[in-house]
Design a protein. Structure first.
Ligand SMILES: *[C@@H]1O[C@H](CO)[C@@H](O)[C@H](O)[C@H]1NC(C)=O
Length: 492
């Protein structure tokens, strides 16, 4: 059997936040000469067909899935199209992909073309054992950072908050994370009893990570040491920090409809502004704040007179895809006035985030602290105002505040009562030329250098992320060689 096969199987959970980092990693590995097979359900594959660069050789492969068979609405194959209370149903339904996944591997092995390795989602803990049935190397790839995922893992495994009356608790197997508050947990965790559907899913899924041969993280070793050390300790497996993965390569999956018009107007606005003077505000494509929070934020911007670009979405309770009604959801004349005074730009739904963060006029980023946004901000040396809302964003914000020291948390979630006066104060503090603002910008530019260093690949020097990627591929190859040798011996 050929030991020089270079096919890598990619298998993300059905959510944009998972599919995009997996696709980006696929394109990066394709560049290195690997043949990628990307597995997902029919509708997700159809969407990917539209965004995959035409020159790409990534092979898209469907596994059968019909959401109606799992008590989900018709054609719901992605968390994008589901309300929060049905996300767990999709997770549970995804375990039904097991036989189809096994068939794919068995087909490849029977054809004499076993893949070099399987790179699977952290929601597909079960895939490790299936992959090992065929003696194939298996790793879990996390698009989330190490610290965030460590807190998430530990919170679910231990449910430590259940034993706290004060609303404050520590993670028994991750004390380095410090104190956490119940307000930093998602509703599903707060409500977890150990016997509810979420807990049941996690009790199956999380321990199964131990069956994997290692972990890939879209993060940087020196930035995320604390979180990565949790997994090294927990599983005694290699943990490779290979980030930041360049997400712009799967640009098509992230761009707005009028991408070019928005890009031009944002860049024109930024070009006319002094260095580090503009606050960029975006809460990611999946989140929004309440109408009253939106009002307070607008008032804070008004009072501070700071320049801003604000990506707005309809407030909580409205369909996130409807037209934005500025006259109803923002203070009277707010949009008109700020635009006339050339003070701020309100952009609907989508903005060219990387271009904006790369611009020298941007001084800070008010963000939900989704990991992709955090990495994009840090890669450009831009400090953060954190407003975490869901998933592991609360832990990311915590890490940015306490470990990286490049963030001030301004609010937490959508039931948090924000006051325009507090927001104004924090905005001014972070954007000030001296004091805390200056300190944070200095830290952020140090981290920017750290990230550049990690991804540097020159004659005689390989950054930590480049090195980790090579190590991972080497480990997959070694395992492969071992299997081939064993088979050869058996055949003898
Ligand atoms: C999914 O199942 C439903 C109900 O059995 C059926 O009506 C529908 O045609 C199926 N969809 C696909 C794409 O097969």
């Amino acid at each position: 059997m050929a030991g020089n096969n270079n096919n890598i199987i990619m298998f993300p959970f059905m959510a944009q936040g998972h599919i995009i980092p997996f696709l980006s990693l696929s394109l990066q590995l394709e560049q290195k000469g690997y043949q990628i097979t990307f597995i997902n359900t029919p509708l997700n594959i159809a969407n990917l067909r539209r965004v995959l660069p035409p020159t790409s050789t990534v092979r898209l492969l469907e596994v059968p899935f019909n959401s109606s068979d799992h008590g989900l609405p018709p054609n719901s194959e992605n968390t994008d199209s589901l309300p929060p209370y049905q996300i767990c149903d999709l997770l549970v339904a995804s375990t039904s992909l097991k036989p189809a996944f096994r068939n794919i591997l068995s087909g490849l092995v029977d054809a004499g073309t076993p893949p070099l390795c399987v790179v699977a989602d952290f929601f597909f803990g079960w895939s490790a054992a299936v992959t090992h049935e065929f003696g194939i190397f298996h790793v879990i790839f996390s698009g989330s950072g190490g610290f965030g995922l460590a807190c998430y893992f530990s919170s679910w495994i231990n449910l430590a908050h259940k034993h706290s009356d004060s609303g404050e608790f520590t993670l028994p197997d991750f004390p380095e994370a410090g104190k956490l508050q119940v307000t930093q947990l998602t509703p599903s965790l707060v409500a977890a009893t150990g016997d509810d559907p979420w807990s049941k899913f996690q009790k199956q899924n999380l321990p199964a990570w131990g069956n994997s041969d290692g972990f890939l993280f879209n993060t940087v070793e020196d930035l995320d040491k604390v979180g990565l050390s949790y997994f090294r300790r927990k599983f005694s497996r290699p943990v490779w920090a290979i980030g930041p993965i360049d997400l712009s390569v799967s640009g098509g999956a992230r761009t707005g409809k009028n991408g070019r018009i928005e890009t031009n107007s944002c860049l024109q606005f930024l070009n006319s502004m002094p260095p580090a003077s503009v606050l960029y505000i975006s809460f990611g494509s999946q989140n929004t704040i309440t109408a009253s929070q939106m009002m307070q934020l607008a008032k804070a911007l008004d009072k501070s007179k700071k320049h801003f670009i604000w990506v707005v979405r309809p407030p909580l309770g409205f369909d996130i895809n409807t037209e934005f009604r500025a006259e109803e959801w923002l203070p009277e004349n707010f949009k008109k006035q700020t635009e006339e005074e050339h003070r701020g730009l309100i952009v609907e739904k989508w903005a060219p985030q990387v271009e904006i963060l790369s611009h020298q006029s941007v001084g800070a980023f008010m963000s939900h602290c989704g990991w992709n946004s955090v990495l994009e901000s840090l890669s450009r040396g831009v400090p953060l105002l954190g407003w975490p809302m869901a998933a592991e964003q609360f832990y990311n914000a915590k890490m940015m505040v306490e470990i990286a020291e490049v963030c001030v948390e301004v609010a937490r979630g959508t039931s948090f009562e924000v006051r325009s006066e507090d927001l104004r104060e924090t905005i001014e503090e972070v954007m000030s030329e001296d004091g805390k603002g200056r300190e944070m910008r200095k830290k952020a530019s140090e981290i920017k250098k750290m990230i550049e260093e990690a991804t540097r690949n020159e004659q005689g020097f390989r950054g930590s992320s480049v090195e980790a990627m090579e190590d991972f591929l080497q480990a997959a190859l070694m395992k492969n060689t071992t299997i081939t040798t064993t088979n050869d011996l058996q055949q003898d």
